[in-house]
Design a protein around this ligand. Structure first.
Ligand SMILES: Nc1nc2c(ncn2[C@@H]2O[C@H](COP(=O)(O)OP(=O)(O)OP(=O)(O)O)[C@@H](O)[C@H]2O)c(=O)[nH]1
Ligand SMILES: [Mg+2]
Length: 368
């Protein structure tokens, strides 16, 4: 995909937001760059509400059309989540493929998937996302055909829809079976008396790097987003604790993605301790949003602060005073009682303290 050009766009509905939208857009653009796209233009409209037909307002769509015509990109990527109707209308109006943030995430997942389970989940998520759009476009085409010649289109339309439905059903069944197996394995480990500590956090935070440093494994680590899709398990030497490396989060995570990757989140649900890996070398604002969203996801999965440990990773990239400023922000957001351990998976700094915080018995915490 190298050399492909993308224009990005966003309808910003919060008129008071003068800064955060740039950070969010920047994150989307770095995902696109990881896929090999060059960002050639960014179009923002400030509008209290998205429009039902085009997301953007009518006048703005005309302006976008002119700009797209001049730039001639390969794709127009919209930050906002698009309905099938909005995607269809925009594509007709602009004459270019239009995708949203969720599509971009799925594209990256597809590139990263190497195991069977991840591949099945991505195929299902992609089909579920595409299905309403396929239905809409097929029905529009079918209606047009019927107006012209009657018949013909209907058969092909139903056949295509049925084929997709059948495939989704097969995928769901396979994933269900694997989920049950996985849940049994998790329960077996717990019943064996092991304590489960899960490494969680944003993609590229350094979860796998820490996992490797603590377990002695050599699982793949890279700058590419979502290097890890399915969980990895390993013991911490000398401790009755299983460490689990999990799939990363992404900003404004789509609920459909969470639903499709439920299985991967089972590890968090069943864990005794959650180690939230925070990349403290991120810009302060970005770190703050990521942390807030991570805490929200963890609490939605039923995990509170009492079992949380913060691994403030990549301290090797910071001066001491820079780290202190970040720790202060984290402390402000979490309140007292949650251990914040400065670590570097790269230099090994703080790893011993991290292990101590991970294996500490919950009874002791209450007494402290
Ligand atoms: N400087 C520095 N770089 C680090 C550190 N830990 C991880 N990295 C780098 O950060 C990038 C991401 O590391 P990973 O361990 O793959 O991150 P992850 O959280 O597992 O990412 P996903 O699997 O994509 O969710 C890699 O380029 C690592 O080399 C650290 O302590 N210091
Ligand atoms: Mg990883």
């Amino acid at each position: 995909m190298a050399g492909y050009r993308a224009v990005t766009g966003m309808v910003k509905t919060n008129v008071h937001d003068h800064h955060m939208y740039k950070i969010r857009m920047g994150e989307l653009e770095s995902l696109l760059r990881a896929l090999g796209y060059r960002i050639v233009e960014r179009i923002i409209q400030v509008r209290p509400k998205e429009t039902v037909d085009y997301v953007f307002g009518k006048g703005k769509v005309e302006e976008i059309r002119e700009r797209i015509k001049r730039i001639n990109p390969d794709v127009f990527v919209v930050y906002n989540t698009l309905t099938s109707k909005q995607k269809w209308n925009l594509e007709r109006k602009l004459g270019v493929e239009v995708i949203d943030r969720y599509d971009v995430t799925l594209m990256i997942f597809r590139e990263a998937a190497s195991d069977i389970l991840s591949k099945l989940q991505i195929e299902l998520a992609t089909l579920e996302k595409a299905f309403p759009y396929v239905k809409l476009s097929a029905s529009i085409k079918y209606k047009k055909m019927r107006a012209g010649f009657r018949g013909g289109g209907e058969y092909a339309y139903h056949k295509q829809i049925r084929a997709i439905q059948k495939r989704m059903k097969i995928l769901r069944r396979k994933i269900d079976k694997l989920s049950r197996q996985k849940e049994l394995e998790i329960m077996k480990r717990i019943e064996g008396g092991a304590r489960i500590a899960v490494l969680t956090g944003y993609y590229n935070a350094g979860k796998t790097s820490l996992f490797n440093a603590l377990t002695g494994f050599e699982k793949p680590v890279s700058d590419m987003p979502f290097t890890t899709l399915s969980s990895k398990y390993g013991g911490i030497e000398g401790e009755n604790t299983y460490l689990v490396d999990t799939i990363g989060f992404v900003l404004d995570l789509d609920p459909r993605l969470i639903a499709s990757f439920q299985l991967n989140l089972l590890d968090i649900t069943h864990s005794h301790r959650q180690v939230l890996v925070v990349d403290v070398s991120d810009k302060l604002d970005l770190m703050r949003v990521k942390l807030a969203e991570s805490l929200k996801i963890l609490s939605e999965l039923g995990k509170g602060r009492e079992s949380l440990v913060i691994a403030a990773n990549k301290v090797d990239r910071l001066e001491d005073y820079e780290y202190d400023a970040r720790e202060e922000v984290i402390r402000e957001m979490l309140g007292d009682g949650v251990p914040i351990i400065p670590v570097s998976a790269k230099s090994g700094e703080g790893l011993r303290e991290l292990v101590r915080a991970i294996v500490r018995a919950p009874e002791l915490e209450i007494a402290e």
